[in-house]
Design a protein around this ligand. Structure first.
Ligand SMILES: O=P(O)(O)OC[C@H](O)CO
Length: 444
């Protein structure tokens, strides 16, 4: 396995006249590869939620199924970090495709074997496994990004790539429903998106290449002429896991700050999203279909918001990440205040506030990842982003589900909103701690 995964070997340089056309063509190909590949991961990330109503009809309770679904957040958070360290020492082309194949096969198994959906324990284990394989998605995309795109274009390119998760998440439901229609059984919602994901994995393998050097090309720094003062050849050498962790990631205070900021950003992301249907119904009197629309708009408003945020970071703030993150989070705070304080009976204002939160929150979600990539050498990119993901999911997403419910039960929706507002403030504070030290071209 180690042999299969090891980073692609460097090849001798192409003749100078061939470098530019080859770089242009391959950058487009690898970008398409990681975009389609990550969208594919989202086809099988949450398609289990589509069969929850069917499982309730089989006799399972909501709380049991809630526990089962938390398996994905827990294992995904841990895996994004651990598999991030493995990914930094692996060929991104193989790693990204392999993770998607394993995740898809898990869901095919779940759909085809009656035993796999026969008990809470088996479902928990399978979804835990799926979450683990899902953790093989983000880090190799990060590795591809830092090897093929320079620091100054990363904000923009990452913001476009980040849309992949909205596209994949948005396509999952219609594909799952097509599975139900074509196969005439609810299990089709499990295995049909997984079969599509298997095809996506093959396309990903066909498109992605590990590094420019493995294609006979110079490093992106040499090609773009954007090498920073401290960039040198050692930045192109693969690192050991110990070096990645002890020399670059765990010792970097700034990474800890953005990981903590990410926990609060994810608490807002999932705290608003996951509780929107319940809050809008209970506190604002929304109907089921009105709630559905509000949820949909929240997700899709994230696309233009993310693109604008990446552009701002690259073009207005010259590759710095903290200013755009802080501005977006302060605006999220205002939108959350409106969403909370708007009296029932003004659904337009609630929808505008929710769309504003959706528009604004995905920018910081994306920029934390870019910021992590900026703070370490290229060969430690997946691990740095993985650490922020660990905090985002284990700290933010799990808290948003479990603890928010407890807070709302104990102190009502006001209590929940105090948590969300405090999270916005803390996200700003932890991001601000990186303000002075953030030098966008310090590492590549
Ligand atoms: O929550 P994740 O790990 O799927 O990441 C979502 C976005 O891609 C963050 O950039």
């Amino acid at each position: 396995m180690a042999q299969l995964l090891k980073p692609a070997a460097h090849r001798s340089l192409l003749p100078a006249t061939e470098v530019d056309p080859a770089y242009k063509q391959l950058r487009l190909k690898v970008f398409l590869g990681i975009f389609i590949g990550y969208a594919g991961y989202y086809l099988v990330r949450k398609n289990f939620s589509m069969v929850v109503p069917d499982l309730i009809e089989q006799g399972f309770t909501k709380s049991d199924l809630g526990v089962v679904m938390s398996a994905i957040s827990i294992s995904y958070g841990i895996s994004k970090f651990i598999m991030g360290t493995v990914s930094d020492r692996s060929n991104a082309r193989i790693f990204l495709s392999l993770g998607l194949i394993l995740s898809a096969l898990t869901m095919v198994w779940m759909g085809l074997s009656p035993m796999a959906t026969g008990s809470i324990q088996v479902m928990f284990v399978l979804l835990f496994l799926n979450g683990w394989f899902q953790g093989m998605g983000w880090p190799p995309c990060g590795r591809v990004m830092v090897h093929w795109f320079s620091v100054k274009e990363r904000g923009t390119k990452m913001s476009i790539w980040n849309v992949a998760h909205n596209v994949g998440g948005g396509l999952m439901a219609p594909i799952a429903i097509a599975g139900l229609t074509v196969f005439g059984t609810w299990q089709g919602k499990l295995y049909f998106p997984a079969l599509v994901a298997l095809v996506v994995a093959l396309i990903t393998y066909w498109l992605v290449r590990d590094t420019p050097q493995s294609c006979g090309l110079p490093s992106i720094e040499q090609y773009k002429g954007e090498a920073s003062a401290d960039y040198n050849e050692t930045h192109e050498k693969e690192l050991s896991t110990r070096q990645i962790l002890m020399d670059y990631v765990l010792v970097n205070k700034l990474i800890w700050y953005i990981a903590l900021a990410n926990a609060f950003i994810y608490l807002v992301r999932y705290g608003v999203l996951d509780w929107a249907p319940t809050y809008l119904k209970e506190a604002k009197g929304f109907s089921l279909s009105e709630t559905g629309w509000a949820y949909f708009l929240y997700e899709w408003a994230g696309i233009p918001g993310t693109l604008l945020c990446g552009w701002l970071s690259d073009k207005v703030f010259n590759g710095r990440r903290a200013p755009a993150t802080i501005i977006y989070m302060l605006l999220v705070l205002v939108a959350v205040l409106v969403y909370w304080q708007n009296p029932a009976g003004n659904p337009l204002v609630d929808n505008i506030a929710l769309i504003a939160i959706g528009f604004l929150i995905y920018g910081p979600v994306m920029l934390i990842g870019v910021h992590a990539l900026d703070l370490v050498p290229k060969k430690a990119a997946g691990t740095a982003a993985g650490l922020t993901g660990l905090f985002g999911y284990l700290g933010g997403a799990v808290f948003a589900n479990a603890a928010m419910g407890f807070v709302v039960d104990a102190w009502g929706w006001d209590g929940g909103f105090y948590v969300l507002l405090a999270s916005c403030v803390l996200a700003v504070v932890f991001t601000a701690l990186t303000w002075k030290k953030e030098t966008h071209s310090s590492l590549a």
